[in-house]
Design a protein around this ligand. Structure first.
Ligand code: ZN
Ligand code: MN
Length: 509
């Protein structure tokens, strides 16, 4: 086994898709945000000391009996409803048997042929406004495993480690696994559709408030199934399953890479191995994991220690009443109220800024200012840090109130646009609130018209030729004079006021 990600041959996407049709399937695991675990009363908070949130049930000690978390079942039903699924009137848990050190019972309590929700769909809006309907096979309830920590190696992987530790805090946290049917006919848009589906699902689950859906913390995890079929053939090819692709960007890249890799294998006469593959964020490639057959024998059988789950029609209808507005409708409504163009709205959506802009507008900023400040410098930095803007902003302690304050400083005439940019950069560098930064740096537009007037007069006197041109009606030439006035006043002048005064002095107003 190697820890290095070695690149295999790949075909360019265009060549691959000229010969093959991709079939895409996505499995997403979501950790629910319930206060307690799926089958016991242990707390679920992230980041606690290892093995402090455990009990006989989630440690799988002999004789311990699980009890289903009602809140988790309700969340599962709400997820099923929002995915347009049928909700089972009666279903059971099943034991999925396999051995893994971070799974203390040696089986995962999951659902097999009786999922709580099945046969749904999710409409996904793409970058150009086209809508692709993703068919949902099922959404079922299960529990998370613990976490292994491999110590002594340089990579944190088991290879090269001297010993391993297990933290069972995560064992038993409620999970919902959402499985799509094979997505066909996606063609060259397969990578984009995969990304858009996961993004839409993430936003929907966030709006449902059932999970904190942090891909980087693992509370939402995505496995990418992909196979290729020669054009015109009528059955699906052999698929691979790329595990734990944990950012939106990686979902798109992993799909693109697997299409190119499988096409290279097939077009050179080889065959694709049915296996799980590992995604390497740094190199953007997948590498072979373990060979997996469809008939992996998990020896599923109904869980004898848990009663069946049989939600009444009344409960399902009551939960239906708690569903949020569908994402596409919500987006249209916000766009209208914010007055954004289609392109502006799409940029905000694609950057994951909808909630942040909404919050900032609610806090008192104009929609235009909220969009401008959250999608500029901070988006560039968040992208470089491999994070989404809301997460990145939270890590910096930068909040909607900062945007409101910055806009107020501009509106009050204390800062011009370039000064405001300078202040925002400093806010992002943790130098303080906009007002504190402006105070500390002495940033304030020169209000003293005397200072502005004497700077204008000095600049006109020093540039007689330019001044003459402006006098002759070449108003555009005034730009050079404005620039000099701004420099003279170290940028702290209002450029519009400087321009007006220059034109007035040169008889052009
Ligand atoms: Zn427990
Ligand atoms: Mn699962």
């Amino acid at each position: 086994m190697t820890t290095q990600a070695t690149a295999e041959a790949t075909l360019p996407l265009e060549a691959a898709l000229a010969a093959y049709d991709p079939a895409l399937g996505l499995e997403v695991h979501v950790e629910l945000n319930t206060a307690t675990k799926m089958f016991c009363g242990c707390p679920t908070e992230f980041g606690a000391e290892p093995n402090t949130q455990v009990c006989p049930v989630c440690l799988g000690l002999p004789g311990a009996l699980p009890v289903v978390n009602v809140k988790a079942v309700e969340s599962a039903i709400r997820i099923g409803l929002v995915l347009n699924c049928q909700i089972a009137r009666w279903c059971r848990f099943a034991r999925k048997n396999y051995f893994y050190p971070d799974m203390p019972k040696n089986f995962q309590t999951s659902q097999y042929d009786e999922p709580i929700a099945f046969d749904g769909f999710l409409d996904v809006e793409l970058d150009d406004g086209a809508v692709y309907r993703v068919q949902i096979e099922r959404a079922h309830m299960e529990e998370d495993t613990g976490k292994s920590l491999h110590v002594g190696g340089s990579t944190g992987r088991i290879h090269g480690a001297t010993h391993s530790l297990v933290d069972y805090n995560r064992a038993g946290i409620p999970l919902i696994e959402i499985v799509t049917k094979p997505m066909l006919g996606t063609g060259e848009r397969a990578p984009e559709i995969a990304r858009a589906y996961v993004a839409t699902l993430r936003d929907l689950l966030k709006a449902l408030d059932v999970s904190d859906v942090r891909m980087e913390q693992g509370s939402m995890r995505c496995d990418v199934n992909l196979s290729l079929t020669p054009k015109g053939a009528d059955r699906l090819g052999t698929r691979t399953e790329t595990k734990n692709v944990n950012s939106l960007r990686s979902v798109e890249r992993a799909v693109r890479y697997e299409i190119g890799r499988q096409a290279a294998v097939l077009s050179s006469g080889g065959s694709v191995v049915q296996e799980t593959r590992h995604w390497h964020e740094d190199t953007g490639v997948t590498t072979s994991g373990r060979v997996k057959s469809d008939a992996d024998d998990y020896r599923y059988f109904p869980e004898p220690d848990l009663v069946p789950v049989a939600p009444t029609a009344e409960l399902v209808e009551a939960l239906r009443g708690t569903l949020p507005e569908p994402p596409v409708a919500r987006r249209r409504r916000l766009q209208t109220s914010w007055g954004f163009s289609d392109l502006e709205m799409r940029d905000v959506v694609n950057a994951g800024l909808v909630e942040l802009v909404e919050e900032t507008v609610r806090a008192g900023a104009s929609p235009a200012a909220a969009r401008k400040w959250w999608s500029g410098e901070i988006a560039r930095r968040a992208n470089a840090a491999g994070q989404d803007v809301p997460t990145y902003a939270a890590s910096l302690g930068v909040a909607p109130a900062h945007v409101v304050e910055l806009e107020a400083l501009v509106k009050r005439g204390r800062l011009n646009d370039s000064m405001a940019r300078q202040v925002w950069d400093a806010v992002l560098a943790a130098e303080g609130t906009p007002t504190a930064v402006a105070d500390a740096r002495g940033l304030e537009l020169v209000e003293d018209t005397g200072a502005l007037a004497s700077a204008v007069d000095a600049v006109i006197a020093a540039n007689p030729e330019v001044a003459a041109k402006v006098r002759d009606g070449k108003v555009a030439a005034a730009g050079a004079l404005i620039g000099q006035v701004m420099r003279e006043l170290r940028g702290q002048a209002d450029a519009a006021a400087a321009r007006a005064l220059i034109l007035e002095r040169l008889g052009q107003s």
